[in-house]
Design a binder for this molecule. Structure first.
Ligand SMILES: Cc1cc2nc3c(=O)[nH]c(=O)nc-3n(C[C@H](O)[C@H](O)[C@H](O)COP(=O)(O)O)c2cc1C
Ligand SMILES: O=C(O)C(=O)c1ccccc1
Length: 386
C-alpha cells in the first residue's frame, strides 16, 4: 500500500511543480464583502449547454485498482450519487462498459489517451459514444510518462502487471492483434502486490506473462507512442460527435490555438505536477490565459470553455480558480484518498465535504452563486507577494 500511496501522491522529479501548484493558491486571497444577503446559495453551473449541480468535475485518474478493489466503479457510483460529472480515464482498471453501468444515469465524459493506431482510437470512441459519454477530453501532456523517481526506484508500474489496461483488454480491435478475445472487464487483484506479480512472471506463470505483454503493448499504444501534433486533431474532430476538450494547456498561445482549430474547451492543467518537474503552477497559467483578451472574448461568446485542475484541495481553491476565469474545476488526488480509505462512501464523503466547504465559503465571502464569482478576479481576489 505504501507504494500505491507513493504512486498517487507522487509527482515528477523533486515535486517542485506539484509544490508550486499548491503554493500559488496561497498567493491569491479572497477579500470578503459584508451585508449582502447570501442566505440562499446555489452552485449550479452550465457547461456545453448542460446544467450541473456544481462547477466541480472528477478528474480522469487511472489505475484505481491499485488502491481499492472496486476501483473506478466506486468512483463512478459516488459521482452519480452526488451529481458530479465523472471524466473516465483511458488508463482505468475497468472497462468503458462497466464504468458506464456503475455510473447509470449520471453525467460522464471520456478522457482519451490517444492510441497510435487509428482503428483502436475509432473503436474506443465508438464504445464511449454508445455508452453515454457526452464530451471527449484529450490529454496532451502525457505522450510519455514523466520521470517519477519513487516509482522508478521501486519498479512500481501497475500496467505491466495488467492493472490500468482494462480499456485495452476489453477492446475487440486491440485484442484481435494478439488473437485474443476481449475480456469483459477484469477484476484487478487487490491488494495489488507487484512483488508477488513479479515472482509469478519470473516463475513462468502464463497469465502473468500475458498481462505483462498486454500492459506493455497498451502503454506503447497510448503513452509511449509517437507524439501527436495539432494537425492530427482533425481526425478526432471528424470522428467525435460532441464537445472536445484539450487537457494539459499551460500557454496562452496554445489556448489561442485551441480556439483557432475550433475545439470547444480546454483544461488548464499540468497533470498535478506528475509530468514535468520545475514547471509553472497551473493556477499561474490559468491567470495568464484568462487575462488574454482573445481568450476572454471567446469565453464570453461561448466559443471556448475554460476548465482548470492541478491543486484543487478546498472550497476556497474552487472559488479562487473560478474568480481567475475558470468555468469549472476538476478534483483529482483528494477523491483518490477517499477511495483508498473507504471506497464508494469515501469518494462520496470527499465530494460532499468539498462542495459544502465551497458553499459555506462562498456565502461568507458575500456571494450567492457561481455567476457572481466567475471571472471577477479584481473584485474578489488580491495577490500577495510571498
Ligand atoms: C494517480 C493518478 C493518475 C492519473 N491518471 C490520469 C489519467 O489517466 N489521465 C489524465 O488525463 N490525467 C490523469 N491524472 C491527472 C489528473 O487528471 C489531474 O490532472 C491531476 O490529478 C490534478 O492534480 P491534483 O490531483 O494535484 O489536483 C492522474 C493523476 C493521478 C494522481
Ligand atoms: O499516472 C498518471 O499520471 C497517468 O496519467 C497514467 C498514465 C498512463 C497509465 C496510468 C496512469
Amino acid at each position: 500500500m505504501t507504494d500505491a500511496f507513493m504512486y498517487v501522491n507522487g509527482s515528477a522529479g523533486t515535486n517542485s511543480t506539484c509544490d508550486n501548484n499548491l503554493q500559488e493558491f496561497r498567493k491569491w486571497n479572497i477579500v470578503p464583502r459584508m451585508l449582502v444577503d447570501a442566505s440562499h446559495r446555489n452552485l449550479k453551473t452550465t457547461l456545453f449547454g448542460v446544467e450541473y449541480p456544481s462547477p466541480m468535475l472528477l478528474a480522469p485518474i487511472g489505475v484505481g485498482g491499485i488502491v481499492h478493489t472496486d476501483g473506478e466503479l466506486a468512483v463512478a457510483r459516488a459521482a452519480k450519487t452526488v451529481g458530479v460529472p465523472y471524466i473516465m480515464s483511458t488508463a482505468c482498471s475497468r472497462s468503458i462498459e462497466e464504468v458506464a453501468e456503475a455510473n447509470g444515469d449520471g453525467h460522464r465524459w471520456y478522457q482519451l489517451y490517444w492510441p497510435r493506431t487509428n482503428a483502436i482510437t475509432l473503436s474506443i470512441l465508438k464504445r464511449a459514444k454508445e455508452n453515454g459519454f457526452t464530451a471527449l477530453v484529450i490529454t496532451l501532456d502525457t505522450m510519455l510518462l514523466g520521470w517519477r523517481p519513487h516509482d522508478l526506484e521501486t519498479v512500481y508500474l501497475p500496467f505491466i502487471h495488467g492493472v490500468g489496461i482494462q480499456v485495452g483488454t476489453s477492446d475487440p480491435v486491440f485484442m484481435k492483434r494478439f488473437n485474443l478475445q476481449p475480456v469483459k472487464g477484469e477484476r484487478p487483484k487487490w491488494p495489488y502486490e507487484p512483488k508477488q506479480e513479479d515472482a509469478k512472471c519470473a516463475n513462468g506463470d502464463e497469465e502473468a506473462q500475458k498481462m505483462s505483454m498486454l500492459g506493455k503493448a497498451w502503454l506503447g499504444e497510448c503513452n509511449s507512442s509517437k507524439f501527436k501534433t495539432w494537425e492530427e486533431l482533425k481526425f478526432l474532430k471528424d470522428n467525435w460527435d460532441g464537445p472536445i476538450v484539450l487537457k494539459g494547456i499551460q500557454r496562452v498561445a496554445d489556448a489561442e490555438k485551441a480556439i483557432e482549430i475550433g475545439v470547444e474547451g480546454i483544461i488548464v492543467s499540468n497533470h498535478g505536477g506528475r509530468q514535468i518537474d520545475g514547471a509553472i503552477a497551473s493556477l499561474y497559467a490559468l491567470d495568464k490565459i484568462c487575462q488574454s483578451p482573445t481568450i476572454s472574448a471567446a469565453q464570453k461568446s461561448g466559443k471556448l470553455t475554460v476548465l482548470f485542475d492541478s491543486g484543487i484541495r478546498t472550497g476556497s481553491d474552487i472559488i479562487k480558480a473560478l474568480a481567475l476565469g475558470a468555468q469549472g474545476v476538476l478534483l483529482g488526488r483528494p477523491y483518490m484518498y477517499g477511495l483508498t480509505i473507504a471506497g464508494e462512501k469515501g469518494v462520496e464523503q470527499v465530494l460532499r465535504s468539498t462542495l459544502a466547504d465551497m458553499e459555506v465559503t462562498m456565502g461568507l465571502a458575500g456571494y450567492k452563486n457561481v455567476g457572481e464569482i466567475q471571472g471577477k478576479r479584481d473584485e474578489i481576489l488580491v495577490k500577495m507577494d510571498m
